[in-house]
Design a protein around this ligand. Structure first.
Ligand code: SF4
Ligand code: SF4
Length: 177
């Protein structure tokens, strides 16, 4: 169960709701009536620290730190069920993607995700295609008559990572190793 959180008004970020809602496609946040339909149909509701309607409420209340640090924004499978079911057309799944972007900009990203960026930056693959794993894959593909996997164009991949704003993250993690 979510612990009771006590904060006084000065600790709230009253601009947070506008910081989100002014972004293209996110204005619907302000229409939430806290009916809870999004949470009742959410496919991961029992695994999150903050259920969807609570994330929306927290955004509206100005609990920026709590929202951007929650695992709820990363546990979502982006199935869009909440968005489809919302009676007020709040595009929660889209807003959640925005929250992820905001969290990343503040350096709040689970290591599983940042690790994936680093792996892609270093290898061009989500899972490194090297060593024993490579031998295994090659053998199976060979058996099935499939062509060899071509090496990825790392320059292009790194260019895309830089352009999407993830370059610093990849390099920072690279330096951390
Ligand atoms: S279903 Fe829509 S209106 Fe209801 S709590 Fe969720 S976001 Fe708010
Ligand atoms: S998009 Fe995310 S929050 Fe919405 S129902 Fe699916 S898993 Fe739940």
């Amino acid at each position: 169960m979510t612990e009771m959180l006590k904060k006084n008004a000065k600790e709230l970020d009253h601009n947070f709701r506008y910081e989100i809602s002014e972004k293209v496609g996110a204005k619907s946040l302000l229409k939430c009536i806290q009916c809870g339909v999004c949470s009742s149909g959410c496919t991961v509701t029992e695994y999150v620290d903050l259920q969807p309607h609570r994330v929306v409420a927290s955004c509206l209340l100005g609990l920026k730190e709590e929202v951007l640090s929650s695992q709820a924004i990363w546990t979502c499978s982006l199935c869009h069920r909440c968005t489809e079911r919302c009676p007020k057309n709040v595009d929660y799944s889209f807003i959640l993607a925005l929250l992820r972007n905001m969290a990343v900009k503040e350096g709040k990203i689970p290591k599983e995700y940042s690790g994936t960026v680093v792996t892609i930056y270093d290898n061009g693959f989500v899972v490194p295609y090297t060593g024993g794993l490579k031998d295994n894959i090659d053998r199976r593909r060979n058996r099935m008559g499939l062509p060899q996997i071509l090496p990825p164009n790392l320059d292009e991949i790194r260019y895309i990572i830089e352009e999407t704003g993830l370059g610093d993250l990849a390099k920072k993690k690279e330096g951390d190793k």
